[in-house]
Ligand binder design. Sequence first.
Ligand SMILES: [Zn+2]
Length: 89
Amino acid sequence: MSEILEEIRAAYRRVGVTLDQPAAYGTYYRLLCAGCGRMVGSVGDRLLPGMADALVDQQVDLYAAGLLGCACGHQQAQARAITEKGALR
Ligand SMILES: [Zn+2]
């Protein structure tokens, strides 16, 4: 597994999202809800180091507000836990 993929995986893990197997040609990965397994989006692996964390950081508020993520509320709970701690990491 590539370093950038590990980084993307770790970044999304913070908000309760797991990466599935590559969807197409190994460049796009499905994002799955870590709570119920439903697909919540996709991400490409053509990111530069540090971008995945920055991307998820930007989305934490949206996850916490329930505007992003799965309808089961798993990401919302994770993101709220992060924002309530007052620290993103
Ligand atoms: Zn879910």
